[in-house]
Design a protein around this ligand. Structure first.
Ligand code: URA
Length: 206
């Protein structure tokens, strides 16, 4: 399932992210804010359990998230989305996956992986701002499945039709939530119109 979060606040923040004149500080803040909007939609099916709570007036029924939420940023750009998600799910665990493109095979190569153990109620939330070819994301999803994660959500900010199709072909059960679906990829596999290199813009390494 591929879902574009169609919301005026997402559209407005996306415009700031697309703008080449936006500097790193504002870009980083905006990535965090837009992530919270996308996550709000993506996490709506988390399970809750009831807990008693005393208000200043009376006893009431409160709720807490029952799932074991594991946020998995794909290094390095995914790190920019982490705090936006932690704002919504402060008790989430965080796992890390580092993938880089092997120059010879052109395939994603895993250079780092540190994940908490998967349990029956675990929901892995993979975050990567740009869903371009889908190669890294598909590799991260495979890895999570091998580690025993049964429920996997993906949060992206900008996606391409090529990336969407790649994930739908390999992992149709994975739900992808994105801020927008752009036109496609250029010859360098950048999303068009996109926003450029998300990692470089977050970390000022342009
Ligand atoms: N990664 C990026 O940072 N930008 C793109 O457009 C594609 C992949």
């Amino acid at each position: 399932m591929f879902h574009v979060v169609d919301h005026p606040c997402v559209k407005a923040k996306l415009t700031i992210l697309r703008d080449r004149a936006t500097g790193s500080k504002q870009f980083r803040e905006c990535v965090e804010e837009i992530t919270a909007f996308i996550a709000y939609e993506a996490l709506k099916n988390l399970e809750v359990e009831t807990v008693p709570v005393e208000t200043p007036i009376a006893s009431a029924t409160g709720y807490r998230i029952r799932n074991d939420v594991v946020i998995v940023p794909i290094l390095r750009a995914g790190m920019g989305m982490l705090d936006g998600l932690l704002r919504l799910v402060p008790d989430a665990k965080v796992g890390f996956v580092g993938l880089e493109r092997d120059h010879e095979t052109k395939l994603p190569h895993e250079y780092y992986c540190k994940l908490p153990a998967a349990g029956p109620d675990s929901v892995a939330v993979v975050v990567d701002p740009m869903l371009a070819t889908g190669g890294s994301l598909a590799a991260a999803i495979d890895l999570l499945k091998r580690e025993g994660f049964r429920q996997i959500l993906v949060l992206a900010i900008v996606s391409s039709p090529e990336g969407r199709d790649a994930i739908e072909a390999t992992s149709p059960e994975v739900k992808v939530y994105t801020g927008c679906l752009d036109a496609g990829l250029n010859e360098n596999k950048y999303i068009v119109p996109g926003l450029g290199d998300a990692g470089d813009r977050i970390y000022g390494t342009l």
